[in-house]
Design a protein. Structure first.
Length: 479
């Protein structure tokens, strides 16, 4: 669902394409849209499929702890979140087609390496490379799509591009469950190869290079390293909280290291000439609160997915395909809800949808806390909570992305949206860490889920509180 709005910059591209000698757009831009969107579909599909693969990985790597396996998810997300911010600048500087092709190639090569991994360490290393490829291709994909369409159609195209990612997220759990149960966990990665290979072949012959900037932007390597260290160290301290191999003092030092690295990142961003994150963005009140809310909601969102599979397979003893099908109704409600919300938010602002959706999300958490028991009763005990959570996510998640950039100057849309999406990814890392810390032990009981649902509800209510200062109403913009 990463939507990096680049329209102001692309307006100038339209005027310079012919003058620069770069090939003009094809007669129909839709083949370009589908080629670029297929790669983005794979990135979103891969993320949600891996939630379904967690239990299969525990059986495949029996010697690894749940905390170790959590890094199969978290190493990817940390690197993806960090690299997503400079990736758009790399595409503008070095050519969007070139960066897109490099990103897809790296993503596919890393997918093959993931499937062939014989140890958890190699699997995590391959996931890091996969994250770099995903970060490179995501903003380049949207840039290519927008450059292919006239100005009058770009708003519609952005919505369709985002819908492709939403569809992938919706079908990921059920598709992943079916593939993993029938062919094994490596096929959660191998499935990328034929689809991505076709997209790569068509992209090489179909896409034309977008205008490249003459300005060479510096990559903030120090900022990237500090952010990875900060998020990684804090996450490690959380997921290893009950591990016998770590003492409390060691975990405290690890958490302190993460906090120090976070403070160093802020200090560096204040003084660097071209920082990874422009901190002046957070002077905007709406942007500041939206990003705090995005961090809280991103944490709760990833907790929901992972907790679902833990509950279905360990308490109700569903098979993996059954669990994948059981989760599908919730994500399928996200897209239609988001489309309706977007229409009304244009006139009414985003705050009422953000706050109302957050409260509904908290209600779904309380439902799961109080209603489902140890006996499987899906229609009466689980489906109502799943419907509530699906509608709530449709109200909140797209609105956070839209509200984040609604009060920024147009020139800051791209980096502002990238930072917001990276913030959500960091929240996802924390959500996986909390879930594994609370449910990663053997022989999970129904009572073990209570703490997770209480934390989930608290994060949802915190999201609502943080959204109260958000004001994106049209009359407020005129004022």
């Amino acid at each position: 669902m990463t939507v990096i709005i680049l329209e102001r910059r692309l307006k100038t591209d339209d005027a310079t394409i012919l003058a620069s000698g770069i090939a003009p757009r094809p007669a129909s831009p839709w083949p370009v849209f589908w080629v670029a969107s297929v790669a983005t579909f794979l990135v979103s599909l891969d993320t949600t499929m891996l939630f379904a693969a967690f239990d299969a990985l525990r059986h495949a790597f029996a010697d690894a702890s749940a905390a170790d396996l959590s890094w199969v998810l978290n190493a990817y997300t940390v690197v993806y979140a960090t690299m997503l911010i400079p990736a758009g600048g790399l595409a503008d500087t070095h050519g969007r087609k070139r960066i897109f092709l490099i990103g897809v190639t790296l993503f596919l090569a890393a997918s093959a390496a993931c499937g062939l991994a014989g140890t958890v360490g190699w699997l995590i290393a391959a996931r890091v490379l996969q994250a770099v490829g995903a970060a490179l291709l995501t903003p380049a994909s949207l840039s290519i799509v927008l450059a292919a369409f006239p100005q009058s159609k770009r708003a519609v195209v952005v919505s369709l591009w985002g819908a492709v990612g939403g569809l992938a997220a919706a079908v990921g759990p059920s598709a992943g469950s079916f593939v993993i149960d029938n062919f094994g966990w490596p096929w959660a990665f191998y499935i990328n190869l034929p689809i991505g290979g076709l997209a790569l072949w068509r992209a090489a012959s179909l896409l034309s290079e977008s205008a490249k900037s003459s300005e060479r932007r510096r990559l903030d390597v120090v900022g990237i390293a500090l952010l990875i260290l900060a998020v990684g160290a804090i996450t490690l301290a959380i997921v290893e909280s009950d591990a016998p191999g770590w003492t409390r003092s060691e975990l405290a030092m690890m958490g302190l290291t993460g906090l120090i690295a976070g403070a160093a990142f802020v200090a560096w961003a204040r003084n660097a000439k071209a920082p990874l994150v422009d901190l002046s963005l957070f002077q905007n009140r709406t942007y500041r609160y939206v990003n705090l809310a995005t961090l809280a909601f991103g944490t709760a969102f990833s907790m929901m997915f992972l907790t679902f599979f833990f509950f279905m397979m360990n308490v109700w003893h569903f098979s993996l395909p059954q669990a994948g099908l059981a989760v599908t109704p919730g994500p399928l409600l996200v897209m239609p809800t988001a489309i309706l919300t977007g229409r009304f938010a244009t006139r009414l602002g985003h705050r009422r949808f953000l706050v109302g959706g957050a409260v509904l999300y908290a209600c779904s958490s309380l439902w799961f806390l109080l209603v489902p028991g140890t006996e499987p009763k899906y229609l009466s005990q689980w489906l109502p909570g799943l419907v509530m959570s699906g509608v709530a996510v449709g109200l909140v998640l797209p609105s956070l992305s839209a509200a984040a950039v609604s009060r920024l100057p147009v020139a800051h849309y791209a980096v502002g949206s990238a930072v917001n999406q990276a913030t959500r990814q960091i929240g996802s890392v924390l959500g996986v860490a909390f879930t594994v810390a609370l449910l990663g032990h053997a022989a999970i009981q129904r009572i073990d889920f209570n703490a997770v649902y209480v934390l989930h509800a608290g994060l949802a209510l915190l999201t609502g509180l943080l959204c109260l200062p958000v004001d994106t109403r049209p009359h407020a913009a005129k004022a």
